[in-house]
Structures are given as C-alpha cells and as structure tokens.
Design a protein around this ligand. Structure first.
Ligand code: ARG
Ligand code: ZN
Length: 849
C-alpha cells in the first residue's frame, strides 16, 4: 500500500534528471512467484541538469543486491524508491531485485495473465520491475535477456540470440522505460510480412493463446493498412526488423504502444465474424492503427513529462481518426466522434473532474488518461489544422519530425513548429491546452436589406481548474443557405477570437439560413435561438452532411427536453423530417442509422441542468421511450422496406458498406420490435450467422421482455469465449428496464463467471450499470450503492480500474437532493475505506470537492 498523504506533482516543478543513461542491460529469470531482475546501467552526469541526489524509483521490489562500479552501493530505501551515494563522474549501477508477478493483480509492471507473463509500464509501471529513473525524459537503448522455459519470450526491438531456455533482444532506438515490454508464454503466431517503401523487410507477428489463431486475420490486415497509410499520409516508415503484437486477456486499458512489441487487451485485437460485432471490428482497426502510429508520435518523439501526455495522445487519436475517415466514411466518423465527445468529454469538462488538455498538477497520473487529454486533445489538433490549412499542417508535421526525432518534448515545442512554419502567433490558441471547460458560443443575427450579420459571444464557465477563463480562438466553419435550400455561401471558416465578435455578409438576395459549426469545427456548445421550422429545413436541405445530421439531433433534443420537462407530445416536424431522410435511399445507410440515434439520456440530463432545470432520470427515460414508440408508429409503413433494403446477401465482411447496412437494419429492428413484440427479432436471432445480427436481435428480445430462451441459449453457445460472454453480461444490464437494471447487475455479479480480477468482465458488468442512466441514478440510491460496494472490493486488487470506474459519479450534483444524498453517502463510504489507493483517493476527493 502507498503512503497515506498523497503528494501533488506540479508542472512548474519540472527539473531534468541529473544523469544520462548510455545503455541499459536487463536479465529476467522468470518464475511466477519470484522473478529475478538483474540490471546494469551506465550513468553519465547530465550537463544540463542542476545538482541533485541520486534517486531511483522502485516500488514493491525486494532488493537483493546493488553495486556501483562493482562495490556494494550505499543505498537508502524509501517507500517510493532509493537514494544512493554516487561518484562525481560516470559510473555503472548494477542491481538485482525479486518481484512476484503471480500476485500482481493491479496489472502494472510485470504480471501474469492466464499463465503468461506480460508487462504494462505506462505510465509508471517500470518502477515495479526494477530500480530506475522512471520518467519519460530519461531515454536509453535497452538490451534484454530472458531466461525461462517458455516457448515464446519477447521484448522490444530486434531479436538477438535464442537458445534452450533463453532469448535475447536488442532495441537500438533510445526509449523511456514506459515503453519497455516483456511477454513470455505458450503463444502461437499469426505471421505476415511488410516491405516499407524504402524496401526494408519487416516480419509481422500477432501472438495469441492457442485456440485464438482464427481471430487474427483482421488485426493483421489492419496493421498492414496502418503501415501503408502512415507512409503515404505522414511519410513515416517503420524502423525495426520485427513488429510484434500480443493479445492478453487481463489488461487495464485498450492497448499499449511499447516499442516493437505492442500489447493489446484481447478485446481490442481478436476478431471473427461469429464472435465480434461490426463495431468491434471498427474499433479494433482504429486501435491497431493508434498503437502503430505511436511509433512516431509517442516513441520516436516522446513526452518530456506526463503533463505533456496530450502531445502523443491527442496527436495519435487525431491521426487514427484521419485513418478511419480514409478507410471508411469521413462524415460518419465525424458524427460518431462528436457523439462520443459529447457523451464522455463534455460531462468531464463541466463537472468536478474538469482539467485542461495539458493539466498542470496531479496526484496519480493514471487518473489523467481521460477523454479530455485524448479526445479533446485530438480536437485541438483538428482546429489547428483547420486554422493553418492542410499544406501548412503537413509542413509543420514534417518540421516536427525533423526537429524533434529522438527527443522528449512539450506542447511548447509542438506549437513552435506551427509558429515557425506559418509565422502565426499561437499564444491565444495555446489556451486550448491550458484552460479547462467547454466554451458556450451564443449566436445572434441581424438582417438589413441585403446585409446579414452574425454575432458570436463565447463564454466558458469558471471551474476550480480554470477560475478565470479567457476567450479562445474558435474556428467557426459555416455556410449560408437560401430559403429554397441552395447554398449561397459555401463553407468558410471564421476565426472567433474575442468574447463578442460580429461578421457581416453583404449582397444577399434574401435572408439566409445559417448552417453553423459545420463538421463540428470546434469542441464547443452552440447556443442559438432557432425555430423548429428552421431545424426541419436544415434537416431536409443542408448541403453539409454533419450539420444536416446535427439539425435532426437538435430537433430530437428539443422535443425530448420538452417531453421530459413539460410533458409535451413528440414533435411532428421531427418525426416527418426523420421519415424523409430515412426514405432517401441515396443516403449512406450508416448515415441514416446515425439519424435514428437519439441524444443519450445523460446528455439530456446535462442539457436540462444547463438550463437550470433539475433533471429527473425517470422522466427522461420515459420521454425517450415515448419518442421511440412514436417513431416506430410513424415509420410503420417504411420499416419493412428499410429492413429489406438493409439485408446483406453476400458473405459477411466487416467493411463500412456492409456494416452500415447492418447498423441501419439494427436500428430498424429495434423499432419493429415495439410493433411486433419481438417476432422479427426472434426470427433474426434464429438464423443469425454473425455476432452483429445475433447480438442486435438478442438486445431487442431482452428489451421486449421476450428473452428467456435466447439469453440461456446464447450463454450455452458461447460460454467458452470470454469476449462473447462479456457482451452477454453487459447486454442484459444495458437493455434492462430501470427497475430491473440494478437487480440484474447485482445478480450477474453473483454469476460463477463474474470475476472482478478481469477488468473486461468487471467493466462489462459494473460499467454497463453505470451507463444505464435511469438505472444507475435510481431514486432509492441502489445503483450508487451497488457500484460503491464493488469499487470498495476492487480497489485493493486493481486501483487503476477502480479509480477509472469511479468517474461514473462525476455528474452526481446534477440531480435532486434525494439522489445527491445517496450519491454522497456512496462516495463517502468509498473515501472512508481504510487503505484506499492513491488512485481512488484522488478521484473520490475531486468528485466530492
Ligand atoms: N498509451 C496507451 C494508448 O494510448 C495507453 C496506456 C495507458 N495505460 C495506463 N495504465 N495509464 O494506447
Ligand atoms: Zn495512445
């Protein structure tokens, strides 16, 4: 356990490490309960650093021996590492420690998963492997020797000597310790080759447990596509002889970009048509690309310190989104990302956990792998690209790679390449990195005889993280439409820099309808007094696919808010508008499926709160049910036609075209189920030959309450497959009524297949509960209490996942006094748990503050 009083780390305290590492040699002698790690490190004084004591991080290590230049070192152990007396000049440090991978349930450092050794070192896991300056600005070349009797033993870089009971690896590229990786076990490879554009051959391997060989082909194709794309679009080639990916079942996050040895949560790489949905395939393609792209944005150029996390994550998310847009549909990807940002990042940015894209303080860095750092961080890069233009973006990136290859950098370095390329002053733009909060942009308009004026006002709510927000640079992409639907002004980008600013459009024949924030050109909330007629007009006529979707979404939002808060009836203009869009067979089915997606219930609750109305989760649930029923009835005649249109005859493929059809088909089936009581869903379930169709049918049957036979049959069919059973756990909770959701979640935590040590299973169960808005926020507090019970149990086992899942409580102050009292009691119960981890302590304190 960690110290009682957690320390706050400040960006302003950054100091370079006093030494440079010329090389690192590691030897692992593997044993589940007593692995020995020998290290030999050549230190030389760092001329650019202030004088300091010699300190190495180390946690949960048993020190066997330590020498400096061959004589026993004079060391002093602390709870966080050790200090030692060292000579003035260069010296060689040698140490041996013992660690216990089999008992490492936190899944940080070296641990075991299903009998296989694996590592997770980002952010600060390497210090649980050996004593080391575990900070990203300390880079070195690593040579690794692994001794053990396992058939496959892998580490970073290129393979070296290999013999009976040992394997050696050498990584020629200097790297920080967080990119170190080791894997050993009984694994089989799905192998392939790639030749880089300069002719360098690369061996590609995807390592899995025996039995999973059939789930590798898609991931391998995604890897090769990613390698080609990064050469073509960013001019980046791969730089080692091998690229290894390993699938592990127990993993806290999605995946990890360790140099030459990416480690993946098996849910983020293994795929087959029978066991994975279209959404799984799309996510896997994106994560493979993301981790691969880190080889340049993260590994070759890394972060100076963890405050700069968005330097690699924002950029790499931006790059993987560009990749997905190129591989699939760009408009669909943009809408999906906007939905995701509103669902995950906006609540974070407006609640107690708000922090800038580049935070300036933290207690536990693992708590800052957030939607703000990743997704808002990517949005900031998108805005930069919009502002400077595609050519300047490309030139700036070329300069970034040229200037900073091999370095550990900061956001200042990043912005400087844009300033040097374009001559722009990015001082104000930098506020996107340093200020928390989502700007709200209010729009008003004036029309005077051919002259149209738009006035924008921007305002960001003060928060603990940013008490006095200043105006930001907001790229506002817009177009103007004539009342007949023609575009009179094509898309242009206005730069809003002031708190209030007007833009004038002259010589217009008639008052235009503005199509604002096209392509979601900035991560802001747009506030415009708009009429139902105007939204319906844009839904029917907007020439920009994003704002056209947004018009339908705004109509849905408005009617749901009126229904939930005022008991209004569903808005006919919404029903008619959606019907017209769905009828239009020239529109991509995936796009039409998104038109049927309603704002999430949590999103609606947040919007009500913004308007000064206390949200009632039950009323919101009821509004959504009523609107869906109204849609089903309104579209009654169209649904069978759409079902036929979305039928796929060809053999299953996860490509965008087929997946889009199935997405629309799935949305149609949900509506049909309201009319036929589950007949069509039962038929689809009976003949489904892929997981997308099987799971969507099962979801419909559960929500219709007609699911008993199928829920059991599904379990019997798939009980051998952990990833499919995760879906089975989650779906029953997600599709339950509000009354049934907490009891269902509770019953599933008592199921023999529930295992809190496996993060995927824990998330599938408790995460599904947290995502059930009306269920989790049950008025009697039972949802809060159940989650708190399990977080308290999980914390000593796996602090990182516990802390992450505690974010379910971040919106607790939105709700009524009764719910708040229950939420506070649950949070205080967690906070009062003896020995609570630093991770969870920090989160619960911030949420309660
Ligand atoms: N760098 C990884 C990624 O973005 C995330 C790993 C973070 N892990 C952690 N324990 N904080 O793909
Ligand atoms: Zn990443």
């Amino acid at each position: 356990m960690r110290d009682a009083a957690p320390q706050t780390i400040l960006l302003s305290d950054y100091t370079p490490f006093g030494w440079q590492l010329e090389k690192v040699e590691l030897t692992f002698i593997l044993a589940p309960r007593a692995t020995r790690v020998k290290s030999r490190i050549a230190f030389v004084p760092n001329p650019g650093a202030p004088a300091q004591d010699f300190f190495l991080h180390g946690e949960e290590l048993t020190l066997i021996s330590a020498t400096i230049d061959g004589t026993p070192a004079d060391t002093h152990l602390t709870s966080e590492g050790l200090t030692a007396k060292v000579p003035d000049g260069a010296f060689t440090w040698e140490a041996e420690v013992e660690i216990d991978p089999a008992n490492n349930t936190a899944l940080e450092g070296l641990y075991m998963s299903n009998g296989m050794y694996c590592t997770q070192c980002e952010a600060e896991g390497f210090r649980k492997i050996t004593y080391y300056p575990d900070r990203p600005d300390v880079m070195s070349v690593f040579s690794v020797r692994i001794e053990g009797d396992l058939p496959v033993m892998l580490s970073n870089g290129n393979p070296g000597k290999k013999g009976d009971g040992f394997a050696e690896w050498h990584d020629p590229w200097p790297k920080p310790a967080y990119l170190f990786a080791l894997v050993a076990g009984e694994l089989v490879a799905h192998s392939d080759h790639f030749t880089t554009r300069s002719g360098k051959p690369v061996d590609l391997n995807l390592w899995v447990r025996p039995g999973d060989e059939g789930k590798c082909a898609f991931g391998m194709e995604a890897l090769k596509k990613s390698m080609t794309w990064d050469e073509e679009v960013y001019g980046r080639e791969y730089d080692l002889d091998v690229f290894n990916i390993v699938a592990v079942d127990d993993f806290n996050m999605g995946a990890m970009e360790n140099k030459g040895l990416n480690i993946f949560n098996s849910s983020a790489v293994l795929a087959s048509p029978e066991t994975s949905t279209d959404m799984n395939f799309e996510r896997i393609e994106a994560i493979i690309a993301h981790e691969y792209f880190h080889n340049w944005t993260g590994n070759r150029i890394t972060c100076r310190d963890w405050f700069q996390l968005c330097l690699k994550e924002g950029l790499t998310v931006f790059r993987d989104a560009q990749f997905t847009s190129d591989m699939r549909s760009a408009p669909v990807k943009r809408i999906q990302d906007t939905i995701d940002l509103r669902a995950r990042q906006f609540p974070e940015d407006s609640g107690p956990l708000a922090h800038p894209v580049r935070p300036d303080h933290y207690q536990e860095i693992n708590n800052f792998y957030t939607a703000t750092v990743y997704e808002k961080g990517a949005e900031v890069i998108g805005m930069l690209k919009t502002l400077v233009g595609d050519d300047a973006y490309k030139a700036a990136l070329d300069l970034y790679f040229d200037r900073h290859d091999g370095q550990a950098c900061t956001i200042e370095d990043w912005l400087k390449v844009f300033e040097d390329t374009t001559g722009r002053d990015l001082t104000q733009f930098k506020r996107w990195y340093t200020q928390a909060g989502t700007p709200r942009v209010t729009v008003s308009e004036a029309w005077d005889d051919g002259t149209y004026t738009l006035t924008f006002r921007q305002e960001t709510k003060p928060s603990a993280a940013t008490p006095a927000p200043q105006p930001q640079v907001i790229p506002m992409a817009l177009g103007l439409l004539n009342p007949n639907g023609d575009e009179v002004r094509p898309t242009e980008v206005l730069e809003i820099t002031q708190a209030e600013q007007s833009f004038v459009f002259e010589d217009l024949a008639s008052k235009p309808v503005p199509s604002l924030l096209r392509g979601f050109s900035a991560p802001v909330t747009l506030d415009r007094e708009s009429t139902t007629e105007e939204r319906a007009f844009l839904l029917a006529h907007d020439t920009d696919s994003f704002t056209r979707w947004e018009a339908g979404n705004a109509l849905a939002r408005q009617t749901l808010l009126d229904m939930a808060a005022k008991g209004a009836a569903p808005e006919p203009a919404y029903l008619d508008g959606i019907q017209a869009v769905l009828r239009d067979a020239s529109l991509d089915p995936a796009y039409r499926a998104l038109m049927l997606a309603l704002p999430t219930q949590s999103d609606l609750a947040g919007t009500l709160k913004d308007k000064g109305i206390t949200p009632d989760p039950d009323a919101i649930w009821q509004a959504v049910e009523t609107l869906r029923q109204a849609l089903a009835e309104h579209l009654q005649d169209l649904l069978p036609r759409l079902a036929a249109e979305t039928h796929v005859d060809a053999p299953y493929s996860p490509d965008a075209e087929q997946a889009g059809k199935r997405a629309l088909g799935g949305a149609v089936l949900r509506l049909l189920t309201r009319l036929d009581g589950g007949k069509a869903a039962a038929a689809q379930y009976a003949k489904a030959d892929n997981m997308t169709l099987q799971l969507s049918a099962l979801g419909c049957l559960i929500s219709a309450g007609k699911d008993e036979a199928e829920v059991q049959a599904f379990y019997d069919q798939w009980k051998h497959d952990r990833l499919v059973i995760d879906k089975w756990f989650g779906l029953q909770i997600m599709q339950a009524t509000p009354e049934a959701s907490v009891p269902t979640a509770k019953a599933l935590t008592e199921h023999p297949d529930f295992n809190m040590k496996n993060p995927n299973r824990f998330r599938a169960t408790l995460g599904a509960l947290a995502g059930h808005h009306a269920g989790f926020h049950a008025a009697d507090g039972s949802g809060y209490a159940l989650l708190a019970d399990w977080l308290i149990r999980l914390d000593p086992v796996n602090p990182q996942t516990t802390a992450r899942m505690s974010t379910a409580f971040q919106t607790w102050t939105r709700y009524d006094a009764g719910r708040q009292a229950h939420a506070r009691a649950a949070l205080e119960r967690i906070a009062a748990t003896p020995g609570l981890s630093r991770d969870t302590t920090e989160m619960v304190q911030r949420i309660l503050a």
